[in-house]
Each structure stands twice: as C-alpha cells, then as structure tokens.
Design a protein around this ligand. Structure first.
Ligand SMILES: [Zn+2]
Length: 373
C-alpha cells in the first residue's frame, strides 16, 4: 500500500506553493539574491518600559509585531552590517538589504495639543533624536548606504491608518489612548489595526492617500538625497487605483507577495489580486514578487534556514531572483537582546549556506532589477 505521511504532504504542499510563485514571468540568466526588509524608521514599541505597561494593563502582545519591534538604533545597525559583511558574492560584494523605510512618525505632543483633531508628523530622523539618547543613528544608516549594506526604499510616510487612528482617539478608545500616551500607535489588540496605512472605509479616502504618498516620497528624497524607485505598501494593502499615481511619482517597481490585498471598505477583508515576477501593470509598474519567507521571530522552532534554502533553489530553477522577505523586527535588540541575537545568528547561517551552495550568486537591491544586463 502506498502511504503518504503528514510530513511528506507538507513537503509536497510547500513545493507546489513555491512553483505557483515562480513559474510565470521573465526568466533571468544569473542567480540574484535580494533581501527585502520592511519597517525601518517606524517607531512601533518605543521601549521595554512601554511593553511592561501593556503587560500591566493585560494587553497581550504575544502574537503581535509590537512584541519585539522598535525603532532601530546604532547598535542594531552595527551588528547587522557585520553579518552582511561576513560573506561576499561572485563580484566580491557583501550581502545587502533593501531597507523599506517609513519616513515619518506621529508628532504625539502636537497631536495632543490639537486635541486629536489634526495629524502632525516628525521625520524618522527626528524620531531617532526623540526616542533615543544617542543622536548618531542616522549617521550609521548613511554609513550603511555608503558601504553598500543597505539600500533604502519607500514603505510609506507613516505605518499608520491616520483616519481610523484619529477617529478612535477622538472616540476616546481606551487602549488606543493608553498606547498614545506611551508614544506608540499600537491598537491594543493582537491584529495589525492602524498599521494598514492605505486601507480605506470609503473609496474617496484614496485622494488623501495620494497626498500622503506624494508628501512621503518628497520627504524620502529630502532625507536620503535620491528618489525611491520601488514601493511596498504597509501590510501589502493597496488600491490598484493608486498604481498610476505611484508610477507618475517615480515608482517603477511594486514590491509584494504573490497576491496584492486590495481594500474592500472593510478592515481585514481584502480582494486578492495575484501577480507574477516582472508582470507589467497597465500603468507601467513592474511587480517584484517575494518568493522566500525568512521571518525567524514568528516561530523560533521552525527550520527557517533550510526551508529558505529550498525556496531559493526553486526560485533559481525557474530563473527568478530569490526575493527574501525579512522584516526589521527579526534584527532588533533594544526590547529583547535575545530576539536580535537569534535573528542575526540565523541570517548569518543562511548567508553562509547561500554562498557555499551557489558561489556564482550576486547580492542586489530591488531597484537594481531595473539595471540588469
Ligand atoms: Zn510594514
């Protein structure tokens, strides 16, 4: 009797899903590895103290992004650059990450002064000064760019649905206010409420979203001195009616998963739009598809390194770049030292295995996809 055990079934399912992500779209001759890392610049949980206050108020963060994630500091940058520099590609370059950056955070004091009626922001470079004792974090960011370890791209102006957040503050929603006074936008529930910046309750909100995107892209250019060529919407949530606007504002690549989540007018209920690698949208946008998931923080018992190696192998088999999703939260040590150490150790293991197995790979950034020969 031919028997299929549970483990073989999971393996088959994984292979089937990897094939689904990779089989369509342009084929490349060379083997490219891209690390796409979201959320740089966003405040999330400001400190260990804030986490203790949540816990004292019986707010459960065990399954939330807010558990370990916090604004990156110079120590986090130093450690991740060291890991990226521990390997070299076929051209002698170190590994690099495409750091999808949130360019601003709420200015909590000013919003409170105006009784939550208006939104005010601070650029993330100011958040470094306001939330951290050291003012040198942005110097480390710039050094990382100059040394080729980090390529910033646009992830949004704020990682925040301003309309919903201000509404709840005005309605004096208890947990939202508690978070506000800790200088965080955490909703107090385990989901990702308020993080979905470009979700809408009413379609006409996309005019407001256009203003935010245009303003955010200008701020990106002002801070970094160059324009972002790609964009990953917060929570993969974007109305296709914004695509043309993005393209007209210099965005050429839309980063994302195999499916884009289009708003329907209801939080957490989205229309799934499938995409494939280098599909060209009617607006001119190209899609880059994440085909490897490397997020060790979400399950410490899972074999992330070997699963990622398998997914990279399948991507190469289909002539696709390995586009590895790995959020900032995996590498942050300020809330939990162990968290950052764990993520960095696994990243180091993965990088070493990649260069041993495929000595001919090239580490590139997402915008480099536009200039391949
Ligand atoms: Zn994000």
């Amino acid at each position: 009797m031919f028997g299929v055990n549970k483990e073989s079934l999971i393996k088959l399912k994984n292979i089937a899903s990897a094939i689904r992500v990779n089989y369509r779209g342009k084929k490349l001759d060379k083997k490219y590895v891209i690390f796409e890392s979201d959320d740089w610049g966003a405040i999330r949980t400001p400190s260990k103290n804030a986490l203790d206050v949540y816990s004292a108020n019986k707010i459960d963060l065990s399954k939330s992004f807010y558990k370990y994630d916090s604004l990156e500091n110079s120590n986090d940058f130093e450690r991740i650059f060291e890991v990226l520099n521990s390997v070299k590609d076929v051209n002698g370059y170190p590994a690099k990450i495409t750091a999808n950056t949130i360019v601003a955070n709420p200015d909590f004091d000013k919003i409170e002064k105006y009784h939550y009626k208006e939104f005010f922001l601070e650029p993330f470079t100011e958040s470094y000064r306001n939330y951290q004792s050291s003012s040198s974090t942005f110097e480390f960011f710039k050094k990382g760019i100059n040394d080729g370890f980090i390529v910033p791209q646009f992830h949004g102006r704020e990682h925040l649905n301003i309309t919903r957040w201000l509404n709840d503050l005005n309605n004096k929603k208890e947990k939202t206010l508690l978070s506000f006074h800790l200088k965080s936008t955490f909703s107090g529930t385990g989901d990702y409420s308020y993080m979905e910046a470009f979700d809408w309750d009413s379609k006409d909100e996309i005019e407001f979203h256009k203003m935010i995107i245009s303003d955010g892209l200008k701020l990106f250019k002002k801070i970094f001195g160059f324009s972002s060529k790609s964009f990953i919407p917060p929570c993969y949530n974007l109305d296709p009616d914004l695509h043309g606007f993005l393209y007209d504002h210099g965005i050429e690549i839309l980063q994302g998963m195999r499916v884009q989540l289009a708003p329907t007018g209801e939080f957490n209920r989205y229309k799934k739009i499938p995409h494939y690698f280098f599909e060209k949208d009617i607006s001119g946008l190209l899609y880059n598809i994440r085909n490897v998931n490397f997020e060790p923080v979400f399950n410490k018992d899972f074999d992330w390194v070997n699963k990622s190696m398998k997914d990279i192998e399948i991507a190469f088999l289909f002539g696709k770049p390995a586009v590895i999703s790995t959020h900032r939260i995996n590498y942050i040590s300020s809330i939990s030292q162990k968290n950052g150490e764990f993520g960095l150790r696994l990243l180091s293991e993965l990088l070493k295995k990649i260069v041993v197995k495929w000595p001919d790979i090239e580490f590139i950034s997402t915008p480099d996809l536009l200039n391949l020969d």
